[in-house]
Design a protein around this ligand. Structure first.
Ligand SMILES: Nc1ncnc2c1ncn2[C@@H]1O[C@H](COP(=O)(O)OP(=O)(O)OP(=O)(O)O)[C@@H](O)[C@H]1O
Length: 577
């Protein structure tokens, strides 16, 4: 555990200072107890030797003063160490996360990341100080006491020495159970967090269906499971806790008996007997405290394991000497394959999109269109073959250079809760007013901006929810225009939009697709988009089953022709209906 903390802690000198400080404090406690022997000796003599007492009292006073000063220092040192640890760990996590493949960010992983960065880091930084220090004291003080006891009576020393490993053995049993139960509790707590988020997100649907009350069932279930796991854990820990308390009690009584027996045998004096009684009490006190610490220590160790696991997540492999120059806006796939885990999704796919061309990807749901687009943007790396941009394998390209030349327009557009203007400026912070207006016009946003009372300064609300889906997509198209990226990846909205939005988006997409400076790859759902593309790729179960210009494919009378035919029939049927 200490090794893990030491590995995780980026500023090792702070943790070293804190450890040394606590070891000194624990040793000082032992020394102060040992000093009781000569002091009591001098006091209980028939003729007390006051000059010797003065020396011992002065030395004891100095040791006690040192103890007080170090205790006063240890609080701020601990507090600042805790703050530093939290800050540095959070920075480490953030810089690591920015290098993860985009495909890593699933809903589960995002929830886990939130817990890692808040609860886990908080627990580690706080406990490393508030629990770590007493844990050091709880180990060192009994050891110091055994040493002092040996100086007074080796028999008592041996007895204490035997008690200690037995107590530690039982403590290990408690620790194992505490660690296992903490893992179970953390899993249940993460589920509660997930259910709470889902409950918030599903409120609109639940209320529309009149199921507000029933909607809490999943969260209540998660809370109940958490309670059950907690109660089971408590029951499981009862026996080892009793075992530990029993061991300490038996040890304590044995020391008292042996001390009394040896005293009656006149093996040592009254002061030594008094000190041994005090030592026996001080011996079990910190060890007894350990049962309270052990659960927290194991929780801290588990939190450290989770953060370590996150920090060890493989990042997107980056080339040693990345290529910074993208020669042309061509996109090429050479015999690529990809699988999510064991599930192959893309197999032996090859195509070439020349600079300035528009390629429409079509295929049934689940055929792999989105995955293909994600692979081009390096959300994941292909498992076989290569994707090339401007003739260079994207794994050899500088990642930022590549992403600066790619704009992605997805269906679920994320907008920050800032103004529309600020949302566009994310794509190009130094854009001029005329560039902004030009991009807005090309993305068919002008009319919407004129209609909104605050125009460009309209706040988009959390995730852009104050704008309709179509409006959000147009904002993201405007971002793509502004970014001046040469490669544009689009996922055209598949769901029905209102006629105004549909017209505006089709026009905006046509504007971007017909721009000869841009290479567009679009997951297309509307025949008008597909028919205006230079090439169409038809996917089925991750394989290319047809590829060519829309005109040639129509003549082939294959899958593409069937898709257009079906669309026409649906349209006629709707008009007739
Ligand atoms: N993150 C993921 N993890 C595991 N499997 C996935 C993941 N994303 C997609 N899949 C699976 O990969 C296959 C292809 O999915 P993909 O989303 O690429 O298809 P699609 O053609 O874009 O579908 P749609 O038109 O419905 O969006 C599907 O079987 C899907 O279930």
């Amino acid at each position: 555990m200490i090794k893990r903390l030491y590995t995780l802690f980026p500023n090792k000198s702070v943790i070293l200072r804190l450890t040394v400080l606590n070891v000194i404090l624990a040793l000082l406690q032992g020394i102060l107890l040992a000093m009781l022997v000569p002091i009591l000796h001098c006091l209980l003599e028939p003729q007390p030797d006051y000059s010797s007492i003065t020396i011992w009292l002065t030395t004891g006073g100095i040791a006690f003063l040192c103890y007080l000063i170090l205790t006063a220092i240890s609080s701020p040192v601990g507090f600042s160490a805790s703050m530093k640890l939290a800050e540095q760990l959070r920075n480490d996590i953030m810089s690591r996360v920015t290098q993860f493949p985009l495909g890593w960010f699933t809903a589960d992983k995002k929830a886990r990341l939130a817990r890692n960065i808040t609860a886990d880091v908080g627990l580690i930084s706080q406990l490393a100080v508030t629990i770590g220090a007493p844990a050091i004291v709880a180990i060192i003080v009994p050891v110091a006491i055994i040493i002092v006891a040996f100086f007074i009576s080796w028999k008592i020393g041996v007895l204490l020495l035997v008690c200690m490993p037995i107590a530690l053995l039982v403590l290990r049993w408690i620790a194992r159970i505490a660690a296992e139960e903490d893992v179970k509790l953390d899993k249940e707590a993460t589920k509660i967090a997930g259910q709470a988020i889902e409950l918030g997100q599903a409120q609109t649907v639940l209320r529309a269906a009149g199921k507000s009350v029933e909607g809490t069932a999943a969260l209540q279930g998660a809370l109940e499971r958490h309670r059950i796991v907690y109660r089971k854990g408590l029951r499981r820990a009862t026996l080892p806790y009793l075992g530990f308390t029993g061991t300490l009690t038996v040890g304590f009584v044995a020391v008292l008996f042996l001390t009394t027996y040896l005293f009656l045998e006149q093996s040592f004096s009254v002061p030594e007997a008094i000190v041994l009684f005090i030592l026996a009490v001080r011996f079990i006190e910190p060890l007894g405290h350990f049962t309270e610490l052990i659960g927290a220590l194991e929780a801290m160790d588990n939190a450290m394991k989770r953060v370590q696991q996150l920090l060890q997540t493989p990042t997107l492999p980056m080339p040693e000497r990345p290529v910074n120059d993208i020669k042309s806006a061509s996109v090429q796939a050479e015999n690529i394959a990809f699988a999510y885990g064991e599930n192959p999704v893309i197999e032996n796919v090859s195509f070439h999109c020349p600079p300035g061309s528009a390629t429409a990807l079509i295929g049934a749901s689940g055929s792999g269109k989105t995955t293909l687009v994600r692979l081009i943007a390096r959300f994941y790396d292909v498992h076989k073959g290569a994707i090339k941009i401007g003739g260079t394998d994207i794994r050899k390209l500088d990642y930022n250079t590549m992403m600066n030349d790619i704009a992605i327009i997805f269906q679920d557009v994320y907008l920050f809760d800032i103004t529309i203007k600020e949302n566009l400026l994310i794509a190009k912070p130094d854009a001029t007013e005329s560039e902004l207006k030009e991009a807005a016009a090309a993305a068919q946003l002008t009319e919407m901006l004129e209609r909104l009372p605050d125009g460009w300064d309209t706040k988009t609300g959390e995730s852009g929810l104050q704008l309709s889906g179509g409006e959000r997509q147009r904002v993201s198209i405007a971002r793509a225009f502004l970014k001046k990226a040469r490669m544009i990846l689009i996922d055209e909205a598949a769901s029905a939009l209102d006629p105004e939005n549909e017209r505006a988006i089709s026009k905006a997409i046509a504007n971007i697709s017909h721009d000869k400076n841009r290479t567009v790859i679009i997951i297309a759902h509307r025949p008008v988009t597909i028919q205006s593309a230079n090439q169409v790729i038809v996917l089925d179960k991750g394989k290319v089953i047809e590829m060519g210009s829309p005109q040639d494919l129509l003549k082939q009378n294959g899958h593409y022709a069937k898709f257009i035919q079906q669309y026409q029939q649906r349209k006629e049927w709707k008009v007739e209906g």
